[in-house]
Design a protein around this ligand. Structure first.
Ligand code: SAM
Length: 225
């Protein structure tokens, strides 16, 4: 059974899409999508030999080798033009790694109309990248599973404008104001306040001063939402 997190990622894949799941590990996501009849073709990319082998094993065990191409490659290099991939999923990595994967092979993105990205941390860098690269956020979800909080961002081409608070928190997530969202940012603010208190005890060097101001601004930004 798919995790709640990956099931939510799957829910944003359009029917009939051709999907590349990058960093697929066991290829659970593409296997699920094909088995559910949501898609009929996918690529599962892995850069590490062990997870690549598990993906191959899983795809073969489920009898899906004709539908899912498992490839050992770095990021979007797993995608070939003849695949006609239109949807890319990247889940379970940090935001900066996801962005570096997207930036490395821009030619692959040309035929892609939807990105479904699930950063474990630092979703902010994905929103900044999207804003700069002409992607708009179609939807966002924040969810809790096994005491961890995950964000999912669904991007399609288009212009958007975001405030600083929206880049950090997500405009859709601000509007939804779910329990997981409140929990995440309440904890972050408490954490920043704790650091700030420690810094207030330290000698006020320019570095410390700058860090304090940065934290104060963050607390104000997030607290004001
Ligand atoms: N996507 C699955 C999920 O969300 O459950 C697996 C997540 S797992 C934590 C991250 C996977 O990404 C690892 O198997 C790792 O080998 C792979 N990975 C990391 N960097 C990659 C890259 N540049 N290209 C392809 N795969 C990568």
């Amino acid at each position: 059974k798919l995790s709640k997190r990956l099931a939510k990622v799957a829910s944003f894949v359009p029917t009939g899409a051709v999907v590349a799941d990058i960093g697929s590990d066991h290829a659970y996501l593409p296997c699920y999508l094909v088995q559910q009849g949501i898609i009929s073709q996918a690529v599962a990319g892995e850069v590490v030999k062990g997870p690549y082998e598990s993906a191959r094993r899983q795809v073969r065990a489920e009898g899906l080798a004709n539908q899912i191409q498992v490839r050992l490659a770095d990021g979007l290099a797993a995608v070939e033009q003849e695949d006609h991939v239109d949807t890319i999923t990247i889940a379970g990595m940090g935001g900066p790694l996801i962005v570096s994967i997207l930036e490395k092979h821009p030619e692959v993105l040309r035929s892609v109309t939807r990105l479904i990205l699930q950063p474990n941390i630092h979703a902010k860098v994905i929103r900044q990248w999207a804003l700069a690269q002409g992607w708009a956020i179609l939807d966002e979800v924040i969810l809790e599973e096994d005491d961890k909080i995950y964000e999912i961002l669904v991007l399609q081409r288009g212009a958007m404008s975001l405030t600083d608070a929206e880049i950090l928190l997500g405009s859709h997530l601000i509007a939804q104001r779910s329990a997981a969202f409140v929990q995440k940012w309440t904890k972050e603010i408490e954490n920043w306040q704790r650091i700030l208190q420690d810094l207030n005890k330290a000698e006020a060097t320019p570095d410390i001063q700058a860090k304090r101001e940065e934290l104060q601004q963050l607390i104000q930004l997030v607290g004001g939402v």
